[in-house]
Design a protein around this ligand. Structure first.
Ligand code: UDP
Length: 323
């Protein structure tokens, strides 16, 4: 059985769906602070917090867990700067609880949700895994600390892991059963769609003076279903004896904020009012990931690389949102 911490969240719920489609049995462990009960439409939901070690031991005792996907974390970059204690406790300390429970119950394989925010502001694009990791906020630092802890647990205790460093997760389940829903919402694509639907007055473009082709920031948007596919492959890889590794998950293609807005106008058929604003603090101009390592080690290839397809699926979800 597979344990998914944070499986009621955006990315975790898509992995949960895919695992069940492939015939795995899953237990979702989520405190439902940001996750949605309605997103857990497959497997078993156990509510609880990773801070509560006894509750965690209960779960490992109750189910024959033989692999873990770890998504549970806080992920608001701006908040992490203002409240680092919240981020280091929830993301780092609580991960130690999970790892200790895995050790106690001899569960060896872990797929960890890491991020391109661990790289900070790299000098070269696209970003490869060998490049320096110098996070510029506590959120990215908390994820990097976990990567380091996993490497040490691997050496000392034989834990096997894959750290998957996502670029910008986007889109929604193509069948429209689950999708992206954050409160508060800070991500570009859901905010653009809110503006397209008339649920928000306009989209604010954070910075038009970056050294990019149109002055707005460039990001590598990767479909959440492609992420789900990579996660399943990563667990399979570990079960087949693959070496522990860190891998980027991206399309190696960048889209600017203005390009995403234009593509969303085409996909939705609506005009999207845009307001040009100052830069947002802490935003690197360009982040694009080289994912050759994941392609080589996992045989992974994104199926939904086109930003229009990502937007189509996100729009379909937005128009029929269930949570
Ligand atoms: N962005 C924007 N307006 C918004 C939200 C985001 O212009 O209302 C920009 C942001 O500056 C970044 C890109 O969109 O360049 C993606 O931001 P998001 O918060 O979705 O993800 P991040 O790259 O911060 O992980």
């Amino acid at each position: 059985m597979i344990l998914i911490t944070g499986g009621a969240g955006y990315i975790g719920s898509h992995i949960n769906k895919r695992l069940n489609e492939q015939g795995f049995e899953t237990v979702v462990f989520d405190n439902l602070v940001y996750g949605h009960r309605e997103a857990v439409r497959w497997g078993i939901l156990e509510t609880g917090d990773l801070a509560d070690q006894n509750r965690l031991y209960e779960i490992f005792k109750k189910y024959p867990i033989d692999g873990v996907f770890h998504f549970a974390a806080y992920a608001y970059v701006g908040e992490s700067v203002l409240k680092p204690s919240k981020y280091y406790n929830n993301n780092v300390v609580n991960t130690l609880h999970l790892l200790d429970a895995m050790g106690k119950y001899q569960v060896k394989n872990l797929v960890f949700s890491s991020t391109c925010a661990t790289y900070g502001v790299p000098e070269q694009m696209p970003i490869t895994e060998e490049m320096d990791q110098r996070p510029i906020n506590p959120y990215g630092a908390s994820k990097l600390m976990i990567e380091r802890i996993l490497a040490d647990y691997h050496q000392a205790y034989g834990l096997n892991y894959c750290c998957l460093r996502y670029f910008n997760a986007a889109g929604a389940d193509p069948q429209g059963e689950i999708g992206e829903s954050h409160t508060p919402e800070t991500h570009l694509i859901p905010l653009i769609l809110e503006a397209a639907a008339g649920d928000r007055d306009a989209i604010r473009v954070f910075g038009t003076d970056y050294p990019t082709r149109d002055g707005s920031c460039i990001r590598d948007y990767i479909h959440v279903t492609d992420l789900a596919d990579a996660h399943l492959r990563a667990m399979e890889y570990l079960r087949n004896g693959g070496d522990s590794a860190c891998m980027n998950l991206g399309n190696c293609v960048g889209n600017s904020v203005l390009e995403v807005i234009r593509a969303a106008e085409e996909v939705t058929g609506r005009a999207i009012p845009s307001i040009m604003e100052e830069r947002r603090a802490g935003d690197p101009p360009i982040l694009v990931g080289d994912a050759k390592r994941a392609q080589n080690l996992l045989g992974w290839k994104p199926q939904y690389g086109d930003i229009r397809v990502i937007l189509e699926h996100a729009w379909k979800w937005y128009c029929n949102k269930k949570f």
